[in-house]
Design a protein around this ligand. Structure first.
Ligand code: 5GP
Length: 112
């Protein structure tokens, strides 16, 4: 099982923000901004580059979950960033697809 599968299964503790049928949102253990949430599919898709057409409904659910998270954590109006890291150069460290939601401070662009 991946680390995030274990969090979904409540085998590893996490500070959960919200949950849907196909996804779970929880606070990142090492936040890079005042709001830093990970939204993960319950299905262990390794990374966005390996998602398949039949994962489409799960990918849509992850994107729509962003609204719920940012409204709940009060950064809907101030703005936020959605990031998916893929592979080595992309900065991926956990091989289970996850959407980073960052906010609560001005974020620089381009990222480092
Ligand atoms: P990546 O670098 O793969 O895009 O993002 C992985 C993220 O998972 C990192 O931001 C890291 O801080 C977070 N993370 C790693 N281990 C844990 C954990 O055990 N619990 C939580 N909540 N986040 C974790």
């Amino acid at each position: 099982m991946t680390l995030f599968e274990k969090i979904v299964a409540r085998q590893v503790p996490a500070n959960i923000v919200a949950e849907g049928q196909d996804w779970l949102a929880f606070h990142d253990i090492s936040p890079q901004a005042p709001v830093h949430v990970l939204i993960v599919p319950k299905k262990p898709i390794p990374r966005i580059g390996e998602a398949s057409p039949e994962d489409g409904h799960v990918l849509a659910a992850l994107m729509l979950a962003v609204q719920e998270v940012v409204k709940k954590l009060d950064v809907f109006q101030s703005g936020f960033r959605v990031v998916i890291n893929n592979g080595g150069d992309g900065g991926e460290t956990v091989p289970h697809l996850h959407v980073h939601v960052l906010g609560g401070r001005p974020l620089e662009w381009p990222p480092g």
